[in-house]
Design a protein around this ligand. Structure first.
Ligand code: 6GU
Length: 229
């Protein structure tokens, strides 16, 4: 998969070099390219933002640098990319979204800062590929960079070969619509706390039943919204 990122803070993405995603980049499974939006701002101060029409607080990212950045990426794409703009005003990004995006050939993440990006940029991007405005949840971050990192990790780890043992993906929280069951390792007793007996029983059927019960109970108490559907 190819991933382009457009940002005014390229160093945010330096950490993509480490851990599993770093390995995936090294092995060619993931081709991540980070672009500085300011390289497409041509005034003396390399301005990327301006005051909002209609008034109000904060600054809005100007359309021209975004247009130039998206054109450059699209010109060198082999197929129409999917443009992802992280935004607290977007649809909620879920494991299902990550799964769907993990099958794409080419994703472009556009990281907005300030109060957002001039709305016309999203419409223009839709002439170059599919456009998704996606939110991590109901809270506000300063910009799209950290949100993009989270989405890239969630998507990237679903690409075959990125996570060494694909079975570890199957039982995770959210894959079955339930939270994950609790996990324990040795020692069987630690600081007066014992591992549940059933896990030491060697009885696979009882272990599976206990884990399922734990998933349902946890989901009911922590995330009842997941059981509504
Ligand atoms: Cl995707 N962006 C920003 N700026 N804030 C957020 C978010 C995204 N998701 C939750 N909060």
């Amino acid at each position: 998969m190819r991933i382009d990122v457009v940002t005014i803070f390229p160093p945010f993405f330096d950490v993509l070099e480490v851990s599993l995603l770093g390995k995936a980049r090294g092995s060619g499974l993931l081709d991540v390219r980070v672009h500085d939006l300011r390289s497409h701002a041509h005034d003396r101060h390399r301005t990327v933002d301006d005051t909002p029409y209609g008034g109000g607080a904060g600054m809005v990212m100007k359309p021209e640098p975004w247009g130039a950045a998206l054109d450059e990426i699209a010109a060198d794409a082999t197929a129409a990319p999917v443009f992802v703009f992280p935004s607290p005003a977007g649809e909620v990004f879920t494991q299902a979204t990550a799964r769907a995006l993990s099958t794409e050939q080419h994703l472009v993440f556009g990281c907005g800062r300030y109060e957002g990006i001039d709305e016309r940029v999203f419409d223009y991007a839709s002439t170059l590929g599919q456009v998704r405005l996606l939110s991590l949840g109901d809270y506000v971050l300063n910009g799209g960079e950290v949100a993009s990192m989270a989405m890239i990790e969630a998507i990237g780890r679903l690409i075959p070969g990125v996570v060494g043992n694909p079975e570890s993906l199957v039982e995770e929280s959210h894959e079955a619509g339930l939270l994950e069951y609790p996990s324990y390792t040795k020692p069987a007793s630690w600081r007066g706390r014992d591992v549940p007996d059933v896990l030491l029983s060697g009885h696979h059927g009882r272990v599976a039943q206990w884990r399922h019960d734990q998933q349902v109970e946890r989901t009911r108490t922590r995330r009842p919204d997941l059981l509504d559907g």
